[in-house]
Ligand binder design. Sequence first.
Ligand SMILES: Cc1ncc(C[n+]2csc(CCOP(=O)(O)OP(=O)(O)O)c2C)c(N)n1
Ligand code: SF4
Ligand SMILES: [Mg+2]
Length: 338
Amino acid sequence: MIDLSHLDLTHGSAAECLLRLYDERVEIEGFQKGVPRWCAGCGDNAVLAALHRLLRDEGLRPEKTVFVSGIGCSSRLPHYMNTYGFHGIHGRALPVAEGVRMARPDLNVFVNSGDGDSFSIGAAHWIHAIRYNMRMVVMVHDNQIYGLTKKQASPTSPLGTRSNTTPSGSFLEGLNPLTVTLGVQNVSFVAQAADWIPEMLFDIIHAAYHHDGLSFIRIVQRCPEWMPDSFEPWLHNPARVQLLHHERSLSISSGLAQLYPNRLEHDPSDIHRAREIASQHDPLPLGILYHDPTVPRYDEIVRTETTHSSGAVRTLLDEEFDKFAVTGRHGEGGGNGD
Ligand SMILES: Cc1ncc(C[n+]2csc(CCOP(=O)(O)OP(=O)(O)O)c2C)c(N)n1
Ligand code: SF4
Ligand SMILES: [Mg+2]
């Protein structure tokens, strides 16, 4: 139910009244929904707060915005957004988001996923989504564990992680999502953020939103419930965090510069340097690693070639299904009787 009590609807035509309603800026409270069920201190809360602020600052309309997710603690985020949302199937957030992008190019599409959701069961979709480069902001909340299902090792769990599936400690080095993403053809935007530096988290999501293609953000996310010690060394020693800046990416505020003395000027158009920085764990690089606004977008290329009315789509589908219809003698006796 929309609350219209603050609007003067006694003057002007109905159309003018509606236009005034549309012009009303939606404040942060207007984008909030429900009470998040995440644990106290969970980094997912910081991502949600940054997104509420982005939607308000950018003047986005709730009815023109959709959040798509898979399954996991992080994937609960669409429940707390007063926009359209799709809390989907484990590992399948990206194909759903791609469908939304193709069918409704007028919507702002955001994806929130976890390290298990994206890099384990959803790994194939991750690689192809990067290559297809459809316009959307993809945020992977990487807490290096399966949180929702109570602590199983994920592909990004560091070597030696003790979990329910690796009781003696995991045997393999964790997968690096940044180097993998930067190795995919057509990659166009890659960034890394940490939940405990909200100013930079916001700046990165803001830049990602303005990128004309698929923006991939790995968010280093604390899970105090199952991985309480994971990022402690980086959290408590600012020198072990390296902030990336450049005139073509982010600038660092004086307040942030005082807190984080370790900074690196990095041109985000240099993919070779981006790959080097991406392979570095300590200090932890935060900022925009790579940005190329000229990469072709599959959604843009294909849309101009195939735009059909819904009636035409129905006819085309009927024709397609009719090709496989079992009719007359050809259909008889071919099955196993089930
Ligand atoms: C097909 C399928 N397999 C397994 C599960 C069980 N499951 C639910 S969430 C999850 C992992 C979640 O981990 P992650 O994506 O890292 O999200 P987090 O909870 O850490 O935010 C798994 C294995 C499922 N729901 N569906
Ligand atoms: S289990 Fe971890 S990831 Fe899930 S809500 Fe709690 S702190 Fe967050
Ligand atoms: Mg996880």
